[in-house]
Design a protein. Structure first.
Length: 402
C-alpha cells in the first residue's frame, strides 16, 4: 500500500482556486476509483470530483468552505496503486481495515455559515419559497434534506410549542463570504475596477412586441413550458451584434489587441437561491426563436438546481439581464469581462408617450445597454442600441434574423 496524494485539478479554464462545498466521503472511508469524492465550487459552477484511485481516505485537505489553490492537496488515499494509471497487483488484495465511523447525532443541527444542501434540495426550496437559512438540517453535519424542506413547508405539528419571537438586540451575525456569492463578489469587483462603463437608457413603444409575444406564446407554449419576452430580446440583440461586431468582441490590453468573435454566444443572467449564474446560448445567431426559448428554459432549470456544466457557462460573447422578470424598471448592468457590452431589459408597463404628436397610453419597455468605453464610444453605442430598438419596436423584422 502507498499514499496517493490527490491534488485539486483544474476542472475549468485556467482556474486558480476552488472552494470545497461538500464531502461525499469521510476520513477512514473505503472508496472505489471514480467514486464521487467531493463537490467543489469554481468561478463558474459546482463541479463533482471523483476519486482517482481505490483505497482508504486517510486525510482530507480541507473542510466545506475552505478555498484551495489549484494543485493544493485535496485528499490522501492509501492505495495499492501509486498513480491512477498504475495497474493493480496480481492476486487477491488483502482487505484494508477501516476505522468505524463516528455515530451521527440524531438531533437537528442549526445551519451556521454556509447552508449545506444538495442542488436538488436547493431547487426544491425555490419551488416551496423557503429560505434555506431558516431550516434546521437533520442530515450529516447539519446538511438540509428534502424531508427537512417538506417538514418546514408543512409547519409545526398540532399541539407543538411555537417558539416565542426573538427579542431585539444581541450581536450582529457574521458569516464568511463563500460559495457562489464569493465568486460573484470577486468578478463584479474586478469588472467595475477594470472596465470604464458608459451606458444609455431608452423606453420603447412595446405595442407590437407585446402582440408578437402573445401570438408566439399561443403557438409555442405547452403545459410544461412558458414563452417569455426573453427569446425576442435575444434575437434582437443578435441582429444588433451582427451589424455592430465591435460589441461582440473582447479587448486584450496586455497584447493591445481587439478580438472580434466569430460566434455569437448570448449569456442569460439567471437568478438562483445562491446568487446570479449566467448560462450561455451558444451560436444564438443560428437558432430559431423556438429553439432559443426551449434552451433558455432548460438552462435556467439547470442553473437553479446548480446542475449547469462548465461548458454551458463558458465562451459567452454578450450578456442579457432581464431584470424586468422580477419587477425591475431601470438598472445599470455591469459588463462581464472579457465581454465588452451587456443589455438589460426592465418590466413592460403602461405609460403616456407621444404618438403622432398626441399623448397616448401604450406599453413601454425600458432598455439599458452598458459598454466598455475603451473600445466603444457614444456614437458606436447609439448605433448599436438603435438597431436593437428597431427590431423590438417592429418584431416582424426578427423573422429575417437567422
Amino acid at each position: 500500500m502507498s499514499a496517493y496524494r490527490f491534488n485539486l485539478p483544474d476542472v475549468g479554464e485556467g482556474l486558480s482556486e476552488g472552494e470545497i462545498v461538500h464531502w461525499h466521503v469521510a476520513q477512514g472511508d473505503q472508496v472505489k476509483a471514480d467514486q464521487l469524492l467531493v463537490d467543489v465550487q469554481t468561478d463558474k459552477a459546482v463541479v463533482e470530483i471523483p476519486a482517482p484511485v481505490a483505497g482508504v481516505i486517510t486525510e482530507l485537505g480541507g473542510q466545506p468552505g475552505d478555498v484551495l489553490p489549484i494543485g493544493g492537496l485535496l485528499a490522501v488515499i492509501e492505495s495499492a496503486a501509486t498513480s491512477p494509471e498504475s495497474a493493480p497487483k496480481a492476486g487477491p488484495e488483502k482487505p484494508v481495515p477501516v476505522a468505524p465511523a463516528a455515530p451521527v447525532a440524531a438531533a437537528p443541527v442549526a445551519p451556521q455559515g454556509r447552508v449545506r444542501a444538495s442542488p436538488a434540495t436547493r431547487k426544491r426550496a425555490l419551488e416551496l419559497d423557503i429560505d434555506l437559512a431558516t431550516v434546521r438540517g437533520t442530515g450529516d453535519h447539519g446538511r438540509i434534506t428534502k424531508q427537512d424542506l417538506e417538514s418546514a413547508a408543512a409547519g409545526p405539528p398540532a399541539g407543538a410549542e411555537v417558539p416565542a419571537p426573538v427579542a431585539r438586540g444581541g450581536a450582529d451575525r457574521v458569516e464568511p463570504l463563500r460559495g457562489l456569492r464569493r465568486q460573484i463578489a470577486n468578478t463584479m469587483t474586478a469588472a467595475w475596477r477594470e472596465v470604464p462603463h458608459i451606458l444609455t437608457m431608452q423606453e420603447l413603444d412595446a405595442t407590437r412586441l407585446v402582440a408578437a409575444r402573445d401570438s408566439l406564446r399561443a403557438e409555442f407554449e405547452n403545459a410544461s413550458s412558458k414563452f417569455s419576452y426573453l427569446p425576442l430580446f435575444v434575437k434582437a440583440c443578435v441582429a444588433g451584434l451582427e451589424r455592430h461586431p465591435r460589441f461582440n468582441a473582447s479587448l486584450d490590453m496586455d497584447t493591445q489587441q481587439v478580438i472580434y468573435r466569430h460566434r455569437i454566444n448570448i449569456g442569460i443572467a439567471t437568478a438562483t437561491p445562491d446568487g446570479l449564474i449566467v448560462p450561455v446560448i451558444h451560436d444564438a445567431d443560428t437558432k430559431s426563436i423556438a429553439m432559443i426559448a426551449s434552451e433558455i428554459e432548460a438552462l435556467a432549470d439547470s442553473a437553479r438546481a446548480r446542475k449547469v456544466t462548465v461548458a454551458e457557462l463558458s465562451e459567452g460573447t454578450f450578456t442579457i439581464s432581464n431584470f424586468g422578470s422580477y419587477g425591475g424598471h431601470m438598472g445599470t448592468p455591469i459588463i462581464r469581462p472579457p465581454e465588452v457590452a451587456i443589455a438589460g431589459f426592465g418590466q413592460i408597463r403602461e405609460a403616456v408617450i407621444p404618438i403622432d404628436g398626441a399623448p397616448a397610453v401604450r406599453p413601454v419597455l425600458p432598455m439599458v445597454v452598458s459598454c466598455d468605453h475603451r473600445l466603444n464610444d457614444g456614437e458606436h453605442l447609439g448605433g448599436f442600441v438603435g438597431t436593437i430598438a428597431t427590431y423590438l419596436k417592429d418584431p416582424v423584422r426578427l423573422l429575417g434574423v437567422r
